[in-house]
Design a protein around this ligand. Structure first.
Ligand SMILES: [Zn+2]
Length: 209
């Protein structure tokens, strides 16, 4: 589910998604939910070329090798080589503002942060660091994701309406966030103590994908 404070518009890149208001670093912009289309790889392979093209442009591959197509405007998030949103390293299928985003600014992700994307195109993001071409086989780059222990203090500072959408694989993670009532902490101490991956695993047991 895409954050409700977003809207679509048309740019040179086609349909694009924009922020309706200012977002702060750590706000969850998109989270997978049960209404999304999730295709096993075998199903995708059985599709016609035309249908595959459609999946390629709107979907991405998750950590389980499935094609995920968001059911709402989440599928219109475009690529940028200097994005304002990205996924968490430890948790797939959740996209977070990696910096503050201005009202009217386009919501973007670097497609190379996905476990896989299947598009080949000339990037038009226009940033000085633009790599020019995107290829369907240039994922997955873990360095483009956020580590939970660095972004969690920001995540927990905000009301997160999307966390009300439950995604069964992420239940433990969401329950942990809910427990802290979206961030009046207490949990600042918790996260201050989290210096290692081990402590993260203790705090969020059985949440690995
Ligand atoms: Zn670019």
């Amino acid at each position: 589910m895409i954050h409700p404070d977003t809207y679509t518009g048309t740019t040179d890149k086609g349909v694009s998604l924009f922020a309706k208001r200012r977002f702060k670093k750590g706000e969850i912009i998109w989270i997978a939910d049960s209404a999304d289309t999730i295709l096993p790889a075998a199903t995708y392979r059985s599709f016609s070329e035309q249908k595959k093209q459609n999946v390629n442009s709107l979907g991405y591959l998750d950590s389980k090798g499935r094609f995920v197509i968001p059911n709402d405007n989440g599928k219109y998030v475009n690529h940028s080589c200097s994005p304002n949103c990205t996924y968490l390293l430890e948790y797939d299928n959740i996209s977070v503002a990696m910096r503050d985003i201005g009202a009217g600014e386009e919501i973007t992700e670097n497609y190379r942060c996905y476990y896989g994307h299947l598009e080949n195109f000339d990037c038009q993001c226009g940033v000085p660091s633009c790599s020019g071409k995107l290829k369907g086989d240039d994922s997955f780059l873990p360095s483009l994701r956020l580590r939970l222990n660095t972004i969690a203090p920001f995540i927990l500072q905000h009301r997160q309406p999307l966390l009300n959408i439950r995604f069964e694989d992420r239940k433990d993670f969401l329950a942990a966030l809910n427990k802290h009532n979206y961030g009046h902490f207490k949990s600042q101490n918790l996260f201050a103590r989290m210096g290692s991956r081990l402590s993260l695993e203790l705090a969020f047991p059985a949440a690995a994908h």
